[in-house]
Design a protein around this ligand. Sequence first.
Ligand code: ATP
Ligand code: MG
Length: 429
Amino acid sequence: MGDIQALRGTRDILPDEVGYWQQVEATAQQILTRAVYQEIRTPIFERTELFERGIGEATDVVGKEMYTFSDRATPPRSVTLRPEGTAGVVRTFIERSLYAQGGVQRLWYTGPMFRYENPQAGRQRQFHQLGVEVIGSADPRADAEVIAIATDILQSLGLKNLHLTLNSVGNLEDRQHYRQALVDYLTPYQDQLDPDSQERLSRNPLRILDSKDKRTQEIAQNAPSILDYLGSYSRQHFEKVQQLLSNLEINYQLNPRLVRGLDYYTHTAFEIQSDDLGAQATVCGGGRYDGLVAQLSGPDTPAVGWAIGLERLILLLQLQKLPVSLLDFYVVSRGEAAEAQALILAQKLRHSGFSVELDLSGSGFKKQFARAERSRAIACLIIGDEEAASQTVKLKWMASKEQQAIAAVDLLAMTDDLHQQINTFRATQ
Ligand code: ATP
Ligand code: MG
């Protein structure tokens, strides 16, 4: 058998990187749980039609990027690996009648998504998103809440240099007015637009505004602003969202070119971008989709949500800092009696709630110490012949290099103290 390599656009997450993922997942879960968002897990593949109707056939995602194949049923069905999470969550909401419980559903999900794209840093074919959907509220406070939660997650991870950009795409009626004004403005420049945008001019002109083509962007710069076409409900909704964000001390910039072209997107649209990610700058994208549940044949229900791209988030974490070490003790031992005692001590410490790694190499102390350093443990426990004979252990704090000898029983009797000291060290990491 020849060498089999991972498919282009997929990546292995190796043990030396997985700490970042666990940290992100734990932080997000804590923040979401405090806000009483509930996790939902939907299948990774669905009928292709769900995405065609739920994302829109005119989008790049559906038009160019989906992993679609026929299964083995007779006649075969067309199925698709999910390219995003919202469509599946909304299908579940409708199919399992989650609306029957009344009130607002606050949901979150995480997992792999699949898009056939040109792979580069921060853009893969299998990638991961963490997302929230708040279904059943049209209130601007729901928009502000989801934005605040996204901001909280990113800030709690210690990320800096992030910018929130905000817009409103109004409702369907506002957009019909705006669409006409936009087409009137763009038509004289038709020949200068990139080929995709030329085609969109009649089908989906709003999407020309987020073209990545330089010349098209220059032209779009002076296009009429959608904010001038909002009706009074839309204007009030958007003003309220801005007011609430200011109350929460969340900074934002308005960008009238931040749009989503499809009919079921309404009102708030937003993105959180980083200065440090080059071309793949958007870490989080979201907004309101009051028309989607009805579009998928559910009861007319307003909703708002976002999705964070976890690969991009983790690239940022890797640029900015090391993950917090999860290891409390690294245990070094040498000599038969010492090794036997070290194994027992490690087990006892684990029972008391510590994370403990036992060096199994049997090599000299120097090599074991070097591995203790690399392990990023908070403290090292050392047992040699002398310690084994006297039932003691040397406790060495890795940061300060302070070292003390202590009876093994005493060490196990002071676990509360140890937990506290370890937490203090970790907080200053
Ligand atoms: P982009 O303009 O970068 O293609 P998008 O508009 O297609 O993004 P969304 O569908 O809004 O992205 O997805 C939300 C987030 O998921 C993005 O902001 C990004 O962080 C992440 N994301 C999207 N596609 C990929 C991908 N192929 N690889 C890695 N992350 C991705
Ligand atoms: Mg994309």
